[in-house]
Design a protein around this ligand. Structure first.
Ligand code: ADP
Ligand code: F6P
Length: 327
C-alpha cells in the first residue's frame, strides 16, 4: 500500500449502463480477490440508481459461485440520469460512508466512468472496469462483453447467409454498437460480408452498394450480405430502396438485444476475471479515480480524466482489409 494512502476495509461493486456478458466473471473476481485480501465486499444492485436507493447487500465468496458462465449481471444494472447532478453525487458518497464503503469498483462504459469520477471526487476511492459490448472505450483494446457479442452476431449472420443463398436474396443485418462500428467491422470480416457499413466511414452513397449487388449477381453470387451498424441504422428502409433499385428481393434483420445476452466466451470470462482482480488490487493499494484497460498484451490503469480524453478510431489498415476482402 502506498504511503499515506487510505486503508480500504470495505469495497462496493456495481454494474452500470448496458449489461455485457462477462460482467458476472468480473463481479466474481472482485468479490473473491477482495475477500482474499482481507477486505469486505458489498454488492450494489441496479447501478447508481440502486446506490441512491440503498439497495446494498453483503457479498461472500459463495454468493458468486455458479455465475461465471452466466450472461447479464447478477447485480442488475440501470441508467440513472439524476446521477449527473452534483448534489446527487454528494448524497451517493454519503450513502457509501453510511454503509462503511470506502472503495468502489464500477463496471460500465464512458458514462459510468463519469459517475465513478464523481464518487472519487467525494472521497470514495473508485476504480472503473470497461464493461460494454461496443468496444468504444478509448483507453483499452478490450472491453468486457465484446468478444461474446461479436461471436453471437457472427453465428446469427452465418445463419442468415444460408437462407440468403437459398433464396438468392440480398440481406441487410444490423448489429449493435451505438455510434461505434467495431461489432460491424469484426462481423463484416468474419462473416465475409459483401458490404460493411460503419458509422465512422459510411459516405451514404447507396448507389455504390446497389452497383455492387448487381455486379456480384452478374458474377454468379447467389447471396449478398450487408452488415450495417446501428449507428447508421434505417436497415428496413434501406432494404426497400435496394430492392426497388436492383429488382432483387432484399430483407432486413435487426439482431438487437440477443447480442447483449448469452453465456460469455472463454476470452470474456478470462479477461474479466483478470481485470476484476487487478481493479481490486489497485484499490487495496490505495489507488483511486483510475480505470483498468488492456493495451499491447498488458493490463494497465489510467487516470479517469486522461482515459476519457483519449480518442479511438477504427484502425485504418483493418478497414482497408475489410473493404478489399469483401470484393
Ligand atoms: P455507459 O456507462 O455504458 O457509457 P451510459 O452513458 O448510459 O452508459 O451511462 C451509465 C450511467 O452512468 C448513467 O445512467 C448515469 O447514471 C451515469 N453517468 C453518465 N454520464 C454521467 C455524468 N456525466 N456524470 C455522472 N454520472 C454519469
Ligand atoms: O452500449 C451497449 C448498447 O447495447 C449499444 O450497443 C446500444 O446502442 C445500447 O446499448 C442500447 O441501450 P438500451 O439498453 O438502453 O436500449
Amino acid at each position: 500500500m502506498a504511503q499515506g494512502a487510505k486503508e480500504i476495509k470495505t469495497i462496493g461493486i456495481l454494474t452500470s449502463g448496458g449489461d455485457a456478458p462477462g460482467m458476472n466473471a468480473a463481479i466474481r473476481a472482485v468479490v473473491r480477490k477482495a475477500i482474499g485480501n482481507g477486505v469486505k465486499v458489498k454488492g450494489i444492485k441496479k447501478g447508481y440508481q440502486g446506490l441512491l436507493n440503498e439497495e446494498i447487500v453483503d457479498m461472500e465468496k459463495k454468493d458468486v459461485s455458479d455465475i461465471i458462465q452466466r450472461g447479464g449481471t447478477i447485480l442488475g444494472t440501470a441508467r440513472c440520469t439524476e446521477f449527473k447532478l452534483p448534489e446527487v453525487q454528494e448524497r451517493a458518497a454519503e450513502i457509501c460512508r453510511k454503509h462503511g464503503i470506502d472503495g468502489m469498483v464500477v463496471i460500465g462504459g464512458d458514462g459510468s466512468y463519469r459517475g465513478a469520477q464523481a464518487l472519487a471526487r467525494h472521497g470514495i476511492n473508485t476504480i472503473g472496469l470497461p464493461g460494454t459490448i461496443d468496444l468504444d472505450i478509448a483507453c483499452t483494446e478490450y472491453t468486457i462483453g465484446f468478444d461474446t457479442a461479436v461471436n453471437t452476431a457472427m453465428q446469427a449472420i452465418d445463419k442468415v447467409r444460408d437462407t440468403s443463398s437459398s433464396h438468392e436474396r440480398c440481406n441487410i443485418i444490423e448489429v449493435m454498437g451505438r455510434n461505434a462500428g467495431y461489432i460491424a467491422l469484426w462481423c463484416g470480416v468474419a462473416n465475409g460480408a459483401e458490404d460493411i457499413l460503419l458509422p465512422e466511414k459510411y459516405d451514404f452513397k447507396e448507389q455504390n452498394i446497389i452497383n455492387n449487388i448487381i455486379t456480384n449477381r452478374k458474377r454468379g453470387k447467389t447471396h449478398h450480405i450487408i452488415v450495417n451498424a446501428e449507428g447508421i441504422g434505417h436497415s428496413t428502409s434501406m432494404a426497400r430502396r435496394i430492392e426497388a433499385a436492383t429488382g432483387i428481393e432484399t430483407r432486413a434483420t435487426i439482431l438487437g438485444y440477443m447480442q447483449r445476452g448469452g453465456s460469455p466466451t472463454c476470452k470474456d470470462r478470462f479477461y474479466a476475471s483478470i481485470m476484476g482482480s487487478y481493479a481490486t488490487d489497485i484499490l487495496c493499494e490505495g489507488k483511486s479515480n483510475r480505470v483498468v484497460g488492456y493495451q499491447k498484451g498488458q493490463f494497465v490503469d489510467f487516470d479517469i480524466e486522461e482515459a476519457l480524453n483519449m480518442q479511438k478510431q477504427i484502425p485504418e489498415y483493418q478497414y482497408q482489409v475489410s473493404r478489399l476482402l469483401s470484393q
